[in-house]
Ligand binder design. Sequence first.
Ligand SMILES: [Cu+2]
Length: 128
Amino acid sequence: MGLTVVSVAISTTGCLPKPKQYSLKGQVLEISASGEIIVKHEDIPGFMPAMTMPYKVRDPDVLQEVEPGGLIAAALMVAKNGNYWLEDVRITESLPHLLSQRGVVPFGRMLADGSWTGWRRAAGPGTF
Ligand SMILES: [Cu+2]
């Protein structure tokens, strides 16, 4: 056929293209058993509209710190090969604060550790 498939192996990290970086803001809905966090995120201009989807995180300690219902800001990294993950995850508003300020109430079911599987807003303005 005369077609030659050339596979390019990148052997040194110095040659890897830098991932693109977007800023993400959203609410953590769930922390999955597989180590991803399900985030209901706002519009990411130039990349994707607001939606709810799972994200891997670069630093596994983040999984211990975030809690369902809390708001986060993070850097969304997107590699050339399509892989994506969150870095620099910061908790911008904790769940107890949300509950007292915005009338967020839990739904779903309580887990063994006392957390809930999901959250919804009862009333009041705001994105979440
Ligand atoms: Cu998304």
